[in-house]
Design a protein around this ligand. Structure first.
Ligand SMILES: [Zn+2]
Length: 129
């Protein structure tokens, strides 16, 4: 099962916007710190998701930061595939819905303010294991 959403590519139907809002009313592109914290101690009965978020940053992210994310204990990884200032954040999270897994993933960026100063999420994807 794969759920995808693309942002910044024109107007989206309203129902898609609603689908990509987490239970706390945060759009996944904004990220949700509550979802991020909830996933720290997940219910083991919840499904496991592979979440992906592409985002742009107005400034380069130091390579050290990219490496530090790899050491994060939740299998999060931050990569710069090819295009300057375009980044790929991937991670696994247990959550009831894919939207929560992605909101958790992007919430990690919110928690990383200071290293990732600003970001604009352009596309997200959640895949259930
Ligand atoms: Zn949330």
């Amino acid at each position: 099962m794969v759920e995808t959403a693309t942002f910044g590519m024109g107007d989206q139907p309203h129902h898609e916007t609603a689908q990509w809002t987490c239970p706390h009313g945060r759009h996944v592109g904004q990220g949700c710190v509550t979802c991020y914290r909830a996933a720290a101690k997940p219910d083991p009965g919840l499904p496991l998701w592979a979440a992906v978020a592409w985002f742009t940053s107005p400034r380069p992210i130091p390579i050290k930061v990219l490496h530090d994310v790899h050491r994060h204990d939740r299998n999060f990884a931050l990569d710069q595939p090819s295009t300057p200032l375009v980044f790929l954040l991937t991670g696994q999270a247990r959550a009831a819905q894919g939207v929560e897994a992605v909101a958790c993933l992007v919430g990690f960026l919110l928690q990383s303010r200071g290293t990732v100063e600003d970001f604009t999420v352009t596309e997200v994807r959640a895949t259930r294991f």
